[in-house]
Ligand binder design. Structure first.
Ligand code: HEM
Length: 552
C-alpha cells in the first residue's frame, strides 16, 4: 500500500516529464530545427518512423516520388533528412567532388555483420583501400575470366524455360518450335539465374538453383531479411531499443537472416577448403589434371581478391576480409541483377515494337548461339542496350534515396541551395529522379529510343545526367560492368534462342500496375509499369511468361 502511494506520484511525474520533453522536442523540430523551412510530410518532420513505415510497405520509392511531386525539388523526409530531385543535387551528393565532405550515413549500420565491408563502411581511407583492391576482382579483365561460367548458367536458364531441350547442336523442328512452355514466374527464375552466377563467379560454388530446388530457399531468406533491413535503415535506433522491439516484430526476418548467414558460412567454408587443398598440392608440386575439381577455383573472384594488391600500399586483403567481401558481392549482386532481368523481360514482353527491334538486332548480329560472348558484336547491340537502360530507368532495382551524411564542419552548399548543416542526412531518390519530367519526356513511357535519338534539345544528355541505377562516384556500384555484361548476355541469348510472351489470364497480369490491389494506388496505377517493392533492394512478383524456341 505504502509502496503504491510512493510509486504513483513518481510515475505520474515521470510521465509528465516525458510528455513535456516530447512537446518541447516537437516544437523544436517543427519550428526551430535547421531543416524546419523545408516542406515535407507532416509526420516525417517528427520521426523517422514515417520512412520506416513506407519501407515496411515496400513503397518508399513511390512515396519519395509522390513527395517530390507534391512539395517540389527539396523534401524533408525525416527530422534530419532531406531529399533532392535535381541533377545538381545528384552530382553534389554522390560524385567524387563530395569526397571528404559527405560519407555514407550511419543508417547502414544495421547491414553490418561482424565488421563493416566495402558496401557498409562509411567512407574515408579505409573504404578507398578496400575499393582499390575490390575493383581488381571485378575488372573487365577479370570478367573475361568469368564469362564461361556466366554463359553456362544462362544456358541452364534456357534449358529450364524453353520447352525443347536446348543443346549446342540441337535445332528444334518446326513442330517443336511451335510449342509454348507452361507459364513461368520469371521473378523466381531470374533470381535463380543471378544467384547461380554470383555463387559460381565469386566462390566457384555450384548450388544450381536453376536445375535443383534444394537451395532455392536461400533467395526467400535474402528477401525476408531485407524487409527488416529496409525498416532499420530508415530508423536504425529501432535495433538499439532496450525492449528489443526489433527482435519481436521481425522474428521471422531474423530467422531468415540467420539461415542465410549459416548457408553463406558453409559456402565460404567450402571455398576455403578448396583453397587449402590447392595450396597443399601446389606445395607438393603435384601437377593437376586439367579437369581436376581443384582447378575450378582458378580465376574466381575469391582467388582474384586473394592475389590482388593495393597499388598504393602493395598490401592485399587478409583471408577473413576476402571471405567477408566475397559474401557482400553475392548479396549485392544477386537480387539487384535478378530484378533488372525480370523488369527487362516485363518491358520487352509489353512493348511489341521494342521486342521486335531488339530480337531482330540480336538475330542479325549472331549466326549461332555459341557466338554470343562479350565482344564487339554484343557491344554493337545498341538497341538491346537501350532496352536494358530504359527498363532500369523505369523500374530501378534500388529506387529509394541512398542516405549520405554531410560531415563538412561548416556544412555545405547542395543543389545551389542554402548551406546544409553538418549531420544532415541527404539523398536523391532514384525512382523519383528517373521519372522527373524535367529530364525525361513522357517519363512513364517505356521508350528505348530516348537513349539513341536526340529530340534536338539535348534530350539524351539531359536524361543521362540523372540516370544512375548503379549510383555514382566512389560509392557507385562496383559490379556495374559485370551486371551489364550479365544482362546483355542473358537477353541476347534468350532472344536468339526463341520468343517469349505474357501468360494468359490472371497470371499474365502479375507484376503489372493498374489492376487488382494496385488499381487506385497513386504510383501503382499505370498498367504499363512493372511494380517493385523497395526493401533496400527491390522485390517483385512476375512477370509470368511463356517461352518457345525459334525454328531455326
Ligand atoms: C543490375 C544490377 C545492380 C544494380 C542495379 C546495383 C546497384 C547498386 C547501387 C545503387 C549501389 C550503391 C549502394 C549504396 O550507395 O548504398 C551499389 C553498390 C555496390 N554494388 Fe551494385 N548493383 C548491381 C549489381 C551488382 C553486382 C553484380 C555486384 C557484384 C559483383 C555489385 C556489387 C556492389 C558493391 C560491392 C557495392 C558497394 C560499392 C561501394 O560502396 O564502394 N552490384 N550497387
Amino acid at each position: 500500500m505504502a509502496l503504491t502511494t510512493i510509486a504513483q506520484p513518481i510515475l505520474l511525474g515521470a510521465t509528465a516529464l516525458a510528455a513535456l520533453y516530447l512537446i518541447a522536442r516537437g516544437i523544436y523540430l517543427y519550428f526551430f530545427h535547421p531543416l524546419a523551412r523545408y516542406p515535407g510530410p507532416f509526420l516525417a518532420k517528427f520521426t523517422d518512423l514515417y520512412g520506416a513505415y513506407h519501407a515496411l510497405r515496400g513503397d518508399i520509392h513511390l512515396d519519395m516520388w509522390r513527395c517530390h511531386q507534391k512539395y517540389g525539388d527539396h523534401v524533408r523526409y525525416g527530422p534530419n533528412k532531406l531529399t533532392f530531385n535535381t541533377a545538381d543535387g545528384l552530382r553534389d551528393i554522390y560524385s567524387n567532388s563530395a569526397l571528404g565532405k559527405i560519407v555514407k550515413s550511419d543508417s547502414y549500420e544495421p547491414l553490418v555483420h561482424r565488421a563493416p565491408n566495402t558496401l557498409t563502411i562509411r567512407g574515408g581511407k579505409e573504404h578507398a583501400r578496400r575499393r582499390r583492391i575490390m575493383s581488381q576482382g571485378v575488372s573487365e579483365k577479370a570478367q573475361r575470366g568469368y564469362e564461361d561460367r556466366v554463359v553456362s548458367h544462362i544456358l541452364n536458364l534456357c534449358n529450364a524455360v524453353f520447352p525443347v531441350p536446348q543443346t549446342n547442336s540441337t535445332i528444334p523442328t518446326k513442330e517443336e518450335a511451335s510449342q509454348w512452355s507452361e507459364p513461368l514466374d520469371m521473378s523466381e527464375w531470374c533470381y535463380y539465374l543471378s544467384f547461380d552466377i554470383m555463387a559460381d563467379v565469386v566462390f566457384s560454388a555450384k548450388y544450381n538453383l536453376l536445375t535443383s530446388p534444394k537451395f532455392r530457399y536461400v533467395t526467400s531468406c535474402i528477401d525476408a531479411s531485407n524487409v527488416r533491413m529496409s525498416v532499420l535503415i530508415q530508423a536504425p535506433w529501432i535495433a538499439r531499443l532496450p525492449i528489443k522491439l526489433d527482435k519481436k516484430i521481425f522474428r521471422s526476418a531474423i530467422q531468415a537472416r540467420n539461415r542465410f548467414v549459416k548457408f553463406v558460412s558453409r559456402v565460404v567454408g567450402d571455398r576455403l577448403k578448396k583453397q587449402a587443398a590447392a595450396s597443399e598440392l601446389a606445395s607438393k608440386e603435384i601437377e593437376l589434371a586439367q579437369d581436376d575439381p581443384v582447378n575450378e577455383i582458378n580465376g574466381d573472384v575469391f582467388s582474384n581478391l586473394a592475389a590482388a594488391k593495393d597499388p598504393e600500399t602493395g598490401e592485399g586483403f587478409a583471408v577473413n576480409e576476402i571471405a567477408a567481401e566475397s559474401t557482400t558481392l553475392i548479396v549485392a549482386g544477386s537480387d539487384t541483377t535478378s530484378t533488372a532481368f525480370a523488369s527487362i523481360l516485363f518491358y520487352l514482353a509489353d512493348n511489341k515494337s521494342a521486342y521486335e527491334k531488339a530480337a531482330a538486332e540480336v538475330r542479325s548480329k549472331f549466326s549461332s548461339r555459341e557466338e554470343i560472348f562479350m565482344g564487339p558484336a554484343l557491344a554493337s547491340c545498341t538497341y538491346l542496350k537501350a532496352c536494358v537502360d530504359e527498363a532500369m530507368r523505369m523500374s530501378p532495382p534500388v529506387g529509394l534515396a541512398l542516405w549520405r551524411e554531410v560531415i563538412s564542419p561548416g556544412g555545405m552548399v547542395l543543389d545551389k541551395t542554402e548551406n546544409i548543416p553538418a549531420g544532415t542526412h541527404v539523398g536523391v531518390p532514384l525512382y523519383s529522379i528517373h521519372h522527373s519530367d524535367k529530364y525525361y519526356d513522357s517519363p512513364f513511357e517505356y521508350k528505348p529510343e530516348r537513349w539513341l535519338e536526340d529530340d534536338g534539345t539535348g534530350s539524351i544528355e539531359r536524361g543521362r545526367s540523372v540516370f544512375n541505377p548503379f549510383s555514382l562516384g566512389m560509392r557507385g556500384c562496383l559490379g556495374k560492368g559485370l551486371a551489364n555484361t550479365e544482362m546483355m548476355l542473358t537477353l541476347a541469348t534468350l532472344l536468339w534462342t526463341g520468343d517469349f510472351k505474357f501468360a494468359g489470364g490472371e497470371k499474365g497480369l502479375v507484376g503489372r500496375g493498374g489492376s487488382g490491389e494496385f488499381k487506385d494506388v497513386l504510383g501503382r496505377q499505370r498498367k504499363n509499369e512493372y511494380q517493385l517493392f523497395d526493401h533496400v533492394t527491390s522485390q517483385k512478383m512476375g512477370p509470368w511468361l511463356q517461352f518457345k524456341a525459334r525454328g531455326v
